[in-house]
Design a protein around this ligand. Structure first.
Ligand SMILES: NC(=O)C1=CN([C@@H]2O[C@H](COP(=O)(O)OP(=O)(O)OC[C@H]3O[C@@H](n4cnc5c(N)ncnc54)[C@H](O)[C@@H]3O)[C@@H](O)[C@H]2O)[C@@H](O)CC1
Ligand SMILES: [K+]
Length: 445
């Protein structure tokens, strides 16, 4: 299921637009937190850390529900509650409240309700150290809405942040749940439905639905991927094999030097034209090297194109792509080479890049994003860090070119390719080499 991602501002608007009172939202949030803990553990000792805002308020509510469920609950508060809602939640808790400090004793279950979306500055050093110590000593750690110390819209760590087992996002995911470096600190991320219903163009990329192959269809229905090869046979071979193995009906390689060891089914030729009507998608960049004329050639074709790797560096001016049907797949360095320095969070940068070239941009990294010029932004679910090896990008561009050749819309094809690539990495194990990904592509028929 696709999970919506809301920024701080959107979250505040959604909270105001909710049909129930803010107090009711907090009650549901605290109850969901208690439920998440009870799902993961039999009743035992729990320490709730409560901050001064509404994240702390959620903690007092959760404490009450956990005690009702038979848990032995202690609360350690950083300060007295400041917001009206948190004061009410504190009042409804008739147990003791400790003062959080160096001498706070750990418990096997730690619930972090210090700060959520309202964090505005780093935690004090002493507080961050206490949080780290208590998390280290706990067996199960859960963060309410966000791990404390994380900036919600950028995913930046403002101070030391533990790595939690579970983060319960309230109402919707926030950008930080799916942006580096924050995402690695969240652990598993579940979303609690507390009755907030907000639409957004930002979402977590989910398992794609691929266009079904017509039983009576021919190879061109399944898509002809046309690669324009360059100087480095290894990268070209990876992209071509990935395209073929992800279901292209036909993969053809324009090359002046045949590449050895490729399956016979991948046609290699030094003849042919990019004007061929039957081409579903052109792929240029993997192994391209220093042959920028290939970009010029590809842009003469009235067909979808995927530009990867060296092709991105050689485009020159992003505006050159306006009016063409292109998917760009840059990593950090390639994005900078083409678009220069862009201000803002990774999400902002992805959208600005897509706007400037008026095409879909797959901004790769540990937190891959897929941006469309109309403002849609897909955030990849976490993928194994083993993907950070040579050639995995060539495989990704091969997969995306096939999906585009099969007739998927550019944004959908890019999102689907990113999802498939991540799942292939999970199946391939760690360590992996790019070739393993091709063998581990999931069956999506
Ligand atoms: N948005 C929603 O729909 C809902 C939000 N709820 C909770 O409300 C949270 C947001 O509440 P708030 O806006 O009150 O924000 P927080 O509870 O995250 O924190 C705000 C408070 O912390 C102080 N503060 C910020 N940074 C600090 C720092 N580094 N050191 C010390 N104090 C600091 C602020 O001055 C303010 O008093 C969410 O994360 C969620 O847990 C839930 O109660 C229910 C529904
Ligand atoms: K928190």
């Amino acid at each position: 299921m696709t999970r919506t991602i809301l920024t701080l501002e959107q979250m505040r608007e959604a909270e105001q637009a909710a049909e129930c009172s803010l107090g009711e939202l907090m009650e549901r949030a605290g109850e969901a937190l208690a439920e998440a803990v009870a799902l993961g553990s039999a009743p035992r000792a729990v320490l709730v850390l409560a901050g001064p805002g509404n994240n702390g308020g959620d903690g007092y509510v959760a404490a009450r529900h956990l005690r009702d469920r038979g848990f032995d609950v202690r609360i350690a508060a950083l300060a007295d509650p400041k917001s009206d809602l948190a004061v009410d939640a504190r009042t409804a808790w008739d147990g003791e409240v400790e003062r959080l400090g160096d001498d706070t004793k750990p418990a096997p279950i730690l619930i972090d309700c210090l700060f959520g979306t309202g964090l505005s500055r780093p935690l004090d050093d002493a507080l961050a150290a206490t949080l780290m110590r208590l998390a280290e000593r706990a067996e199960f750690t859960i963060a309410c809405d966000l791990p404390s110390g994380i900036e919600t819209d950028s995913g930046a760590l403002l101070s030391d942040v533990p790595e939690y087992d579970l983060t319960l996002a309230l109402g919707a995911l926030k950008p930080a749940h799916r942006l580096s470096p924050a995402m690695r600190h969240c652990g598993q991320v579940a979303v609690a439905d507390i009755g907030i219903d907000a639409a957004s163009d930002w979402f977590e990329i989910a398992e794609p639905v691929l266009p079904p192959a017509r039983p009576e269809g021919h190879k061109y229905d399944r898509g002809l991927v046309q690669l324009l090869a360059g100087e480095m046979p290894g990268a070209i071979a990876l992209a071509a094999k990935a395209a073929a193995r992800s279901g292209a009906g036909y993969v053809r390689l324009f090359t002046s030097q045949p590449i050895e060891g490729l399956p016979d089914a991948i046609v290699q030729t030094d003849q042919g034209s990019v004007q061929d009507e039957r081409i579903g998608c052109l792929l240029v960049g993997p192994g391209m090297g220093d042959i920028p004329v290939l970009i010029t050639l590809a842009l003469t074709a009235p067909k979808p194109i995927v530009f990867d790797a060296d092709a991105i560096r050689h485009v020159g001016d992003p505006e050159r792509l306006v009016g063409h049907d292109v998917i760009l797949t840059p990593h950090e360095g390639e994005l900078k080479a083409l678009f220069g320095d862009i201000e803002g969070s990774k999400a902002d940068r992805a959208l600005v890049a897509a706007q400037r070239c008026q095409n879909v941009v797959v901004y790769k990294g540990a937190d891959t994003l897929v941006a469309a010029p109309d403002g849609r932004l897909g955030f990849a679910p976490p993928a194994p860090s083993a993907l950070a090896t040579a050639g995995t990008g060539d495989v990704l561009s091969g997969i995306i070119a096939t999906l585009r050749a099969r007739g998927m819309d550019a944004f959908e094809a890019a999102c689907a390719g990113v999802w498939i690539h991540g799942r292939a990495a999970e199946r391939a194990g760690d360590p992996l080499i790019a070739d393993d990904l091709i063998a581990a592509l999931p069956d999506l028929t």
